[in-house]
Design a protein around this ligand. Structure first.
Ligand SMILES: Cc1ncc(COP(=O)(O)O)c(C=O)c1O
Length: 390
């Protein structure tokens, strides 16, 4: 048995195992009732009228963009600091992402940066609750509404989070969830789109099912197979019944990390803004602006040497090899995202992470930071990035 501490791990019980087994004794492995039940329950949780099951978060984003008619020659605002699936979904339709910089406190898109990009006439704004933090989403929704531009909420990291009395998944024209095993709840692979727009829902449903019309037989438009299978949906239904227990536990793990690390002068910890209940997807710390990617990478490597898995969440997307040189210069000036992404460290984070393992992670992290920063102290320029002083 390994004593390694993984980065993420789903919380699974016999309830989930039984639910998946039951599907194997049923007549439906695909196109059955469970996918509909699951997506309907997710929609209800977000006070949305429609829920459309799909095969992943990326598929959900692609479906919503396509259902809005976005394609070749169009532009879509996406976060520079976030998971690459958002830019990839835009790219896969032949459209061009415009990268918005991020707010150094919340790690979500910075409003002014989005406002500037609106001058380039994008067809939509795609934005996420980074690591499950909903801060700024109501303001972003208001900005998009004022410019009559559709907001697509990438809610993949935020199931169950709330802000100002509203649920993550309730903002903008449509919202997309993904249920990969590192998420709060999982379906293996899988996703759900939620919206109050019945026509958009219908188009997404059709596009996810080879372009079939409501009769299920006529092909009314070109489409994909982006359906959710019944084993995945059954797993999702069982997981959803345990959502509040899982979220509470993740919140407790986050609180333990915060209490344990808050005195460390080399670290900036996740912020929780007033009126927000984050849904903790990941616990990401970052080294202060005094340190750079070399120090961060040494810390992550040293942690791996002690069997503790950490990750570089996230690279600044416009600076990745995939996007460097591909995006318009005016749409990839993202200094905050570039700087932050060099210094972030995602710590092991999941519901069943024990108190003693959090303690081991923190002890090791502090020691590895001390070692790495000691090695680089003389080469450090002792300059703190302005935005990190807040
Ligand atoms: C913000 C965000 N968007 C999209 C995705 C893509 O979801 P999936 O892996 O289900 O395609 C993820 C997840 O990994 C994510 O974190």
């Amino acid at each position: 048995m390994s004593n390694a501490i993984p980065l993420a791990q789903p919380s699974l019980t016999d309830l989930e195992r039984q639910a998946v087994l039951e599907v194997l004794h049923s007549p439906f492995l695909a196109c059955g009732p469970r996918a509909e039940t699951f997506s309907h329950s997710i929609a209800e949780l977000c006070s949305r009228s429609s829920g459309i099951p799909c095969s992943s978060g990326t598929a959900g984003l692609t479906l919503v963009l396509a259902a809005l008619g976005i394609g070749a020659g169009d532009r879509v605002v996406v976060p520079a600091f976030g998971f690459v699936a958002m830019a990839n979904a835009v790219w896969s339709l032949g459209a061009t992402p415009l990268f918005a910089d991020c707010d150094p406190r919340t790690l979500n898109v910075e409003l002014e940066s989005v406002a500037k990009l609106l001058e380039h006439k994008p067809r939509a704004v795609l934005a996420a609750e980074t690591f499950g933090n909903p801060a700024g989403m109501p303001e972003l929704e208001a900005l998009c509404a004022a410019h009559e531009i559709p907001l697509i909420e990438d809610a993949c990291e935020g199931l169950g989070g709330r802000i100002a009395g509203r649920s993550i998944g309730g903002f903008g024209r449509a919202s997309v969830f993904g249920f990969y095993p590192n998420k709060q709840i999982t379906t293996g692979e899988g996703g759900v789109i939620v919206t109050d727009d019945t026509r958009l829902a219908e188009r997404c449903r059709s596009l996810a099912n080879h372009g079939r019309g409501e009769d299920g037989a006529t092909f009314v438009r070109p489409g994909w197979n982006f359906r959710l299978d019944e084993m995945s949906a059954a797993l999702g239904i069982a997981q959803l019944s345990r959502l509040s227990e899982i979220l509470d536990r993740r919140e407790a793990v986050a609180a333990q990390y915060t209490a344990r690390l808050s005195g460390n002068v080399d670290l900036i910890l996740p912020s929780v803004e007033q009126g927000c209940r984050p849904s903790w997807f990941a616990y990401c710390v970052r080294l202060t602006g005094r340190w750079n990617a070399t120090v961060r990478d040494e810390v992550i490597e040293a942690m791996a040497g002690h069997d503790i898995s950490c990750a570089r969440y996230f690279p600044s997307i416009p600076k990745t090899p995939a996007w460097q040189g591909r995006c318009e210069p005016k749409a990839c000036h993202t200094p905050v995202a570039d700087s932050i992404s060099n210094r972030t460290i995602a710590l092991p984070f999941f519901a069943d992470l024990s108190t003693s393992d959090v303690d081991i992670v923190c002890q090791s992290l502090e020691l590895m930071i001390e070692r790495a920063t000691f090695r680089h102290r003389s080469s450090s320029n002792n300059q703190v990035d302005g935005f990190d002083q807040a």
